[in-house]
Structure formats: structure tokens, C-alpha cells
Design a protein around this ligand. Sequence first.
Ligand code: 3HC
Length: 285
Amino acid sequence: MTIERILVIGAGTMGRQIAMSCALSGYQTILQDISADALSAARKELESWADSRVSKGKLEQADAQAALERLSESTDLVHSAGTADLVIEAAVERLDIKEQIFATLGEHTPAHAILATNSSTLPSSRVAQASGRPAQVCNMHFFNPALVMKCVEVVRNEQTSDETVSAVTDVATRLGKQPVLVNKEIPGFIANRMMGAINAEALNLAQQGIASIEDIDTTAKTALGHPMGPFELMDMVGLDVIDVIAQATYAETGEDADKPHPLITEKVQAGLLGRKSGEGFYPYS
Ligand code: 3HC
């Protein structure tokens, strides 16, 4: 199947960068969101990202302009769905909203269209039935910042067809990503399970006063070669997102080790969500 037109739903941190990545790779891309303000904020951020790449000499001006021209924005889901060969849903992590979106997509996208969700907490089997075409549904999980991180987890549910896996894998490769296949739906897939284990240990070390968060982060970077320390990374991902991932994992496994950590819950309740709110474990100006 030839995929030429991609619809990305949700203009938040992930959706906007996924959409730009698609446009840069030559796909006609629509970024859809119910909020016109979110769409214009996304366009502004992507234009300034493209300008900075051009001024660093990492992107040709003509390529930046062509990508921004291939990318359009819309608040109208039904209309945007009509021409999509592939949909990547990156809306809020709420099952009721995703079910509604997948039902709309099942009704309004062309019959051949593949419907992927970027969700890290809701496996695609939870929304597949709502779409009415479960064989064409899977998770396509990108990482933050999506314009930079190479990995895309392609997660199949029990009904996902081989053709769907193959088409989604091909798209991820054309985006310049490194797709990995997750054969079974499991909470956290691969990456968030490993990240969760590191975060849990880092949080426990800090809570017990074994070391400061700065020194734990320094250790991760200088002893283990991680690009960021776990507290810096949690602040970047968003502590609310970390909390939602932990809640979803715990709901699934019921294991104490997966319980949301009290240090995270405390921060979220205080509105300290990381970089996006101006403060998390660290302050941001
Ligand atoms: N958006 C777009 N581009 C960004 C960016 C952002 N938010 N942050 C950094 N970049 C770009 C920079 O522009 C720069 O591009 P260039 O090389 O072309 O000039 C490049 O990334 C490197 O940035 P910096 O030199 O400023 O800083 P670093 O070398 O420290 O890299 C980083 C920044 C890429 C964020 C790196 O620190 C890193 O890889 N951190 C780990 C990120 C990670 O683990 N992400 C996964 C999170 S888990 C997740 O997303 C799953 C979800 O379900 C929660």
C-alpha cells in the first residue's frame, strides 16, 4: 500500500513534532486539534525550529519551506480524515476520547487507511474495536523530542495484520527513524519499562537522602553515558505524563514496584510538572 497522506491528531508536544517529521520526509501532512490556539502555537514553534536548523546549516532553506508547505492545520477531524492513508493519533491519554476519535476515523477515513496511536499507556486493542477495522490498528510510539529521537515502537495487538505492521514500519523508516517491533501488548512496551525502572531507583535514592538529585543525574550522565539524568528527563517528559504512565502500569500489573512514586505525586499535586510549567525537580526560566 502506498502511504502519501498522513493525519496527525493532537498538536501537543508529541503531535506537532511527529507531524513536522512526516512533512520533512515528504508526506502531505495534516495536523488536527480541536484547539485553534494549540495549532497556531505548534506552527509558530515548528517555524522557529526550522529557522534554527537552517541557521545552523543543518537544513536547506528550500527543504524547510517545502516541509512547512506540506504541513497544514485543521480543527475539523471529519474533513481531515477523508484523505488520510495513515493516521497517527497523539491526543490526550483518555480512553473515552480516543475511542470517540477511533470511531470517527473508522467512519470517515478511506477503507485502506491505517490507524495508529502514539499512546504509551493505552494499547491499541483498547480502541481497535471502536474503529471497526482492528486489523489496521496498532501503536506507533514515538519519543520526546520526536524530531530528534530515533526509536519508534511499533506495537501490534492480537488482531493487527502483518500488512499493517509492515506499512507502519516502512513509514517509520522513511521518517529516518529506527522502528522496533513489540509483538505483544505489555504495559510500558519496551522503553517506558526500562525508563520506569531507572526512575524508580533514582527516586528512591533521592527520597532516602542517599544522594542529591543533581548528583544522581550527574552519575547517570558521567558513569552510564545517558544523555540526561533521570530527573532532567522526567522534567522534560512532564511529571504529569510520568504519573499517568505509572498509574496505567500499576492498574494493569497491580505490582507495588509499579505504583506511582510519592515524590512524583507530590509534585503533580503542587502543579510542578517539569519544564512545561516552569518548575519540576529543577526550576526553569
Ligand atoms: N525539540 C526539537 N529538537 C530538540 C529539542 C526539542 N525539544 N531538544 C533538543 N533538540 C535538538 C537540538 O536542536 C539539537 O539539534 P542539532 O543537533 O541539529 O543542533 C539536538 O537536539 C541536540 O540538542 P542539544 O545540543 O541542545 O542538547 P543535547 O545534545 O543534550 O540533546 C536531547 C538533547 C536530544 C534531548 C538529549 O539530551 C537526549 O537524547 N535526551 C534523552 C531524551 C529521552 O530519553 N527521550 C525519551 C523520553 S521517554 C518518552 O518520550 C516516552 C513517552 O511515552 C513518555
